[in-house]
Structure formats: structure tokens, C-alpha cells
Design a protein around this ligand. Structure first.
Ligand SMILES: *Cc1c(COP(=O)(O)O)cnc(C)c1O
Length: 518
């Protein structure tokens, strides 16, 4: 039996075939339970609630009779315990930040403090409705006002729109404000410049708003090529979208210079501030000439990312763009707080972005996080995020290939040069991390380097956790170089499912099964 670095015996390597040679009668393997689709286990004749017999001829469900509706919708019926077990079993197959380190670069998967959850569940925040009279939700409006105040102060920007529901939605909001400002001055500009180191949502946003996207090259050091950018500036350029810190985990030092050049050419500077966690309390983007920037509350301010939603991506605006910000705005009046729905007479707002006012639960969590850290604590958030990323960079750069010289910001970028000639692919390496009990890092992004591996530990990991993670990666790198291809080829061995055809799963997902009547 071999020993690991802490001197504890390591588990004998489980042979995948041996693992499958013993069949249980139930089909489960201990706590690794098989779980079919809900459509395979549900039936039309079962339900979790006992209603009185109902008249099947009375139309319900959108005008259909009940039995017609059931036929049409084929919704699976399960008893309550069956349903609870189904979702609980599925949830246990999932990896989450509460299970272990989640090093996805650019995504900032950090711990969600339980204090935030406790405050968000207070009835005065959790049980209100957006159509309630405003006099009955003064506390909620005050909280939105305070959150806006903190975000404006931290960014050094005079105006804010809270309603965007994620980072990409914030970008849409910012670019719509830029377009509204240009339309207001009768200036039909058609181009948005995006550096290659920008997040993919930036060119997508610009295109969605009808702009032609032109790419700006990156320098060998992973920064925006400022000369190439300046050469593209002319009176067709509506704006430039720059991610800072960028997706190589580097700070764009020339942002002020870029802002001045863009403004001189009559355009606006949009900053993708999703990575604000690396600079919060240290730099105010408003001081660098930024006109609009979204902040992902679910990254910097520790609100959950929650399985595809609910995020929250408030946007801060400069003086120049403030009049075009979407409504409603929270305002403090002599009678208390109010939502200004229509703007004043000379408002040039582009209108509403969402039906209601945004993600209230996320506002509560984010403000709780801010207040529990305070101004100095938020500065330390940025410092610790950068320290942790650099610690991993320092521990790993001898074995993995670091893409750039020198220190990084909140995330460390590696690429797959170290795997060259080993027979292990970048994807194999990522899959082997699952066997180590880790979610893989961000793979093949950013596009600036080939075979990218982007690692972001966040400030919430301890040194012990970082060391365990680094030891696993160093072990894997060593195994790859030693020719232990077996360990990688079929990985993951210890996951509920092994290699999937991910492309097919994305393009032809099987989401619905024909339910067999019982
Ligand atoms: C996460 C991220 C986005 C998109 O944010 P969503 O909330 O996922 O829409 C945009 N830009 C950067 C740099 C990001 O890291």
C-alpha cells in the first residue's frame, strides 16, 4: 500500500472492470444509486396529493379538459416521497461549491456565506411581491437604495441600474444605453471593438444590439494591444468592450489611456466588470474613464450561481450615460422611498429591462456580504483572491505550463504544453480531476492561448484546501509525464457516468420520455 504526502495510506486503485463485476440485486451500488429520468418512473395515474374526485369534464388547464390535458402534457405523476427521493438522488450526483473546491476560472465559484441565506429568508424580504403598494415595502426599497449606494461608491460611478439579471444581461443593458445615447445625438455608429481577451458574451452582446464586432488582437503578454485598438478608432465606432481584469487573469493597465482615446473618437467605453472581485476596494473603474460596467453579484458579492439562475448583474453608469439608464430607479422622496417608473420629463431612459425590479433575494445577500465585510474587509477580499491565485500559480508553474510570465490577478492561466508527447489530452486531464474529487478548471478558454486551463480558487479557500488541490494536480501532471495513460484514458472512473458525448448531449438532449400508462 502506498502513502500519500501526508503519510496516510492511499486507497488501492480500483479497477473499473472489477468495480462492475459484482452486481447488486437492486441495481444500486451502495450509495451510488441509479436514477432514471422522471418520465421513466412517473405515471399518469399517480399523484402526490389526494384531491376530492373532480369532474373530468370541467375544463381546466388552459381550457382543456383534465384527461385531455393529461394526455397532452404527459406530466409524470409520483408520490411525494418518490418525488423527493428522485430530486435528492439527482442532487447528490451533482458537484457544488458546498462539496469541494470549484476552480472554474472566470466564473468565481466562491462560498456563499450562510449569514446571507439567513437574512434573505427574513419574511420582510422573502415574502413580498413586486406589485405590493410601495408604502408596504419601504424596507426593501431602502435596501435596494443602500445596495446601489455601495456599488456606486465602490466603483466611483454616479448612476446605477439594479435590474439586470446576470452579467450578460448587464452587458445588454450597458450597450442599449450606449445605443440610446448615440441615437439621442443623431449619431449612427455601427461598430463595437472587442479584444480577443474579452469574455465571449461581449461580442455576442454587441451583435445582439445590431453592431458589427471587430476583434482587437492581444499582445504576447496577454493584454489588449493598445496600438491596434487605437488604429481601429474612427467615427463608426460606437464603443469598446473591455474585460478588466481580463480573461487571462491580468489587469489591463492601459485602461485610462484607452478610455481617453475612445472618448476623443466620440465612442463609449464599456467595461466587463464580472471580475470585480479581483479589484474591489483597490481601484474605482469610474476613475479610469469607464462609461458603463456590470458587476456580477453572484461572483464578487458571493450570491449563489444557482443552476443557471438567479444571477444578478447591476450596471453602473458614468455622467454621460446616466440619463439613458433603464427604469425604474429607486429614489428617496419626502414621503420615503419610491420606484420612479416613468422618469422625469426630460428622462432619456431606453425604457425597462425586466418586468419587475430585479433579483430581490440577491440584493439582500449581496448587501449582507458587503456589510459583514465592511470597506476594509472588501479590500481584503480582493487581496486574498489575488493571493490565493498566485499561490496556486507558484505551486503549479513548475509542472503545468503557465501561459504568461509574472504574477496574475484572481485567476491563473495555464495551457496544455506540459502534456505534449504524453498521449494524455487536455480533456483527459480535466476528466481525471473528477476522479480526484474536483470539478475541472475552465478548459479551452480564453481563446488567446491554445489548450487553456484557467484556475480561479477565490478568496474563500484555505491554505490547506489549496495545498490538497495543488498536490492532486501535481500528482496528475507527474502521472501523465510518467506515461500512466490508463489513469486518464477512461477517466472519470469514480463518477456516476463516465465519458459522455457532450456535443450530442447539448445538440440532441433527451428531455422527455413517452410515459407508459400504468
Ligand atoms: C461570468 C462572466 C460573464 C457573464 O456573466 P453571467 O452572469 O454568466 O451572464 C461576462 N463576462 C465575464 C468576464 C465573466 O466572467
Amino acid at each position: 500500500m502506498s502513502m500519500n504526502t501526508q503519510g496516510r495510506p492511499t486507497a488501492p486503485k480500483v479497477d473499473a472492470a472489477q468495480d462492475g463485476s459484482f452486481e447488486s440485486f437492486s441495481g444500486h451500488r451502495g450509495l451510488r444509486m441509479d436514477e432514471p429520468l422522471i418520465f421513466e418512473i412517473g405515471s399518469l395515474n399517480r399523484t402526490g396529493v389526494d384531491f376530492d374526485d373532480i369532474d373530468l369534464d370541467t375544463p381546466s388547464l388552459g381550457g382543456l379538459k383534465r384527461d385531455e390535458a393529461a394526455d397532452d402534457l404527459t406530466l409524470p405523476g409520483l408520490s411525494e416521497p418518490e418525488m423527493v427521493r428522485h430530486f435528492t438522488r439527482l442532487s447528490r450526483k451533482n458537484y457544488g461549491i458546498d462539496m469541494g473546491l470549484f476552480p472554474l476560472g472566470s466564473c468565481t465559484m466562491k462560498h456563499n456565506p450562510r449569514l446571507n441565506e439567513k437574512i434573505a429568508r427574513l419574511a420582510g424580504f422573502a415574502d413580498i411581491h413586486p406589485m405590493q403598494p410601495q408604502t408596504t415595502v419601504q424596507g426593501a426599497l431602502q435596501l435596494m437604495d443602500q445596495l446601489g449606494h455601495w456599488l456606486k461608491t465602490l466603483t466611483g460611478m454616479p448612476a446605477i441600474a439594479l435590474s439586470p439579471k446576470a452579467g450578460a444581461h448587464g452587458e445588454l443593458c450597458g450597450v442599449m444605453a450606449i445605443r440610446a445615447a448615440l441615437v439621442a445625438r443623431g449619431d449612427a455608429r455601427s461598430v463595437i471593438l472587442c479584444p480577443e481577451s474579452a469574455h465571449g458574451t461581449n461580442p455576442a452582446t454587441a451583435a445582439l444590439c445590431g453592431y458589427k464586432v471587430k476583434a482587437i488582437a492581444a499582445t504576447d503578454s496577454g493584454h489588449v494591444d493598445v496600438d491596434a485598438l487605437k488604429a481601429q478608432l474612427d467615427d463608426t465606432v460606437a464603443g469598446v468592450m473591455i474585460t478588466n481584469p481580463n480573461t487571462c487573469g491580468l489587469f489591463e493597465r492601459d485602461l485610462k489611456d484607452i478610455a481617453d482615446a475612445v472618448h476623443a473618437a466620440g465612442g463609449f467605453l464599456y467595461c466587463d466588470g464580472a471580475n470585480f472581485n479581483a479589484i474591489v476596494g483597490k481601484v474605482r473603474p469610474g476613475d479610469l474613464g469607464v462609461d458603463a460596467m456590470h458587476i456580477n453579484l453572484h461572483k464578487t458579492f458571493s450570491t449563489p450561481h444557482g443552476g443557471g439562475g438567479p444571477g444578478s448583474g447591476p450596471v453602473v453608469f458614468s455622467e454621460a450615460l446616466a440619463p439613458y439608464a433603464p427604469l425604474p430607479l429607486v429614489v428617496e422622496t419626502a414621503d420615503g422611498y419610491a420606484l420612479e417608473e416613468n422618469g422625469d420629463a426630460d428622462s432619456s431612459s431606453f425604457g425597462r429591462l425586466t418586468a419587475f425590479h430585479g433579483q430581490m433575494g440577491m440584493y439582500v445577500r449581496a448587501l449582507t456580504y458587503m456589510k459583514s465585510h465592511g470597506r476594509d474587509g472588501l479590500k481584503q477580499v480582493a487581496e486574498d483572491a489575488v493571493l490565493n491565485a498566485n499561490y496556486l500559480l507558484a505551486r503549479l508553474k513548475g509542472a503545468l505550463s503557465a501561459s504568461f510570465e509574472g504574477p496574475c490577478m484572481h485567476e491563473a492561466l495555464f495551457d496544455d504544453r506540459f502534456l505534449k508527447g504524453t498521449g494524455v489530452t487536455t480533456l483527459d486531464f480535466a476528466k481525471a480531476m473528477i476522479d480526484e474529487g474536483y470539478h475541472p478548471m475552465t478548459m479551452y478558454f480564453p481563446l488567446v492561448v491554445s489548450g487553456a486551463m484557467l484556475i480561479e480558487p477565490t478568496e474563500t479557500e484555505s491554505k490547506v484546501a489549496l495545498d490538497q488541490f495543488a498536490d492532486s494536480l501535481l500528482g496528475l501532471a507527474q502521472a501523465a509525464k510518467a506515461g500512466e495513460v490508463d489513469r486518464f484514458e477512461g477517466a472519470p472512473y469514480f463518477a456516476p457516468l463516465a465519458r459522455l458525448d457532450e456535443t450530442r448531449a447539448a445538440r440532441q438532449p433527451v428531455l422527455k420520455w413517452q410515459v407508459a400508462a400504468e
